[in-house]
Design a protein around this ligand. Structure first.
Ligand SMILES: NC(=O)c1ccc[n+]([C@@H]2O[C@H](COP(=O)([O-])OP(=O)(O)OC[C@H]3O[C@@H](n4cnc5c(N)ncnc54)[C@H](OP(=O)(O)O)[C@@H]3O)[C@@H](O)[C@H]2O)c1
Length: 306
């Protein structure tokens, strides 16, 4: 199994597992400042880099900018050679291509960087046309502010449009970041993964641990607090009981954790998982998804588990 990959046709080279940083500074959904704090996210960064996970995914909206600020601070503190992807949110008030350049400037300031390696449209929100945003992406690419263009939450058709619009500027779409895991398999059925393979676009898998549920540590009587816990309903646990049983058995027979098995499944499906890490221990564990591969039988077992 490949340990590194190129984002799209000619984007940056990254490890086959990345690091999600939505958690870093997010109070509302992830409880930053309650169950974990700055010291933990610093350790998540430090342990990731030590373990070779050097691709970090952030966004201008994560923690209202705190995630980008943490990442920038940590990069400067360590001088680590990392690859940074961030995202532009096309709020309905942002109506021109120029708003993208302005938002990018602010992201670069928070990150204390001159260039981001991957700049992604966060969602395909109307009213501005995909082509207008891709023209704006081309402008910031050609002024040297970004190294590659990505999108997120785009359907196969929207991705194709973005790819075509960029090709008119001599660029290729590097990635589409969508929800993908053993409990969120839509990209296998809705044409997104097929289109990615056809067009040479990397599918970046967000939520690859099903927001923690695939690690096996949660039960109907032990759910995380807040908004996330409300999503972990009894019905979901009932639905995924056979899947969790298969994950647990494979994890025990392979001497890997359930989280590592769930991430390895994403890699086997030729996607790039970016598990969110809150702590150094989680980052270290997630890096252990690399360096080995599920067998065909194990993959078939997981595929067959509802
Ligand atoms: N483009 C988009 O629209 C979009 C949307 C969502 C996310 N994302 C990106 O994708 C990243 C990953 O998605 P996600 O964070 O939503 O979900 P995820 O990666 O499936 O779950 C992350 C959570 O799982 C738990 N966890 C992580 N590693 C673990 C381990 N080794 N063992 C046990 N538990 C572990 C942690 O929470 P607890 O310890 O609290 O359980 C962590 O916060 C985000 O950080 C973000 O960068 C993008």
């Amino acid at each position: 199994m490949q340990q590194t990959l190129t984002l799209g046709a000619n984007g940056p080279r990254v490890p086959a597992v990345g690091v999600g940083t939505w958690q870093w500074g997010d109070k509302m959904y992830w409880g930053f400042g309650q169950s974990f704090a700055e010291k933990d996210v610093w350790e998540a960064f430090d342990e990731s880099v030590r373990a070779g996970l050097t691709f970090f995914d952030t966004a201008e909206v994560y923690g209202s900018g705190r995630s980008e600020r943490f990442l920038g601070e940590f990069i400067h503190k360590t001088h680590a050679a990392v690859v940074v992807g961030t995202k532009f949110m096309p709020f309905p008030t942002r109506l021109t291509g120029g708003s993208l350049a302005k938002a990018l400037e602010r992201s670069l300031a928070r990150l204390s960087l001159r260039t981001v390696d991957l700049y992604q449209m966060h969602v395909p929100l109307p009213p501005v046309a995909i082509e207008t945003w891709m023209d704006a992406m081309s402008d910031v690419y050609h002024t040297g502010l970004i190294r590659a263009v990505g999108v997120s939450n785009y359907s196969a058709e929207q991705m194709q449009r973005a790819h075509e619009a960029l090709s008119r500027h001599g660029l290729a779409l590097a990635s589409n970041q969508v929800k993908f895991s053993l409990i969120d398999r839509e990209p296998l059925e809705n044409g997104v993964l097929d289109a990615c393979r056809e067009l040479g676009i990397t599918l970046i898998a967000y939520g690859p641990l099903g927001k923690g549920i695939l690690s096996g540590k949660y039960t109907p009587d032990n759910r995380p607090g807040g908004m996330r816990g409300r999503r972990f309903t009894r019905q979901i646990f009932e639905r995924i009981t056979p899947l969790l049983a298969a994950l647990r058995e494979i994890s025990q027979s392979r001497g890997k954790t359930m989280a590592q098995v769930a991430l390895n499944w994403c890699i086997v499906k030729r996607t790039l998982p970016i598990p969110g890490a809150k702590t150094g221990a989680q980052a270290r564990e997630n890096a252990g998804a690399l360096g080995w591969s599920l067998t065909e039988e194990e993959v078939a077992r997981l595929d067959g588990a509802p």
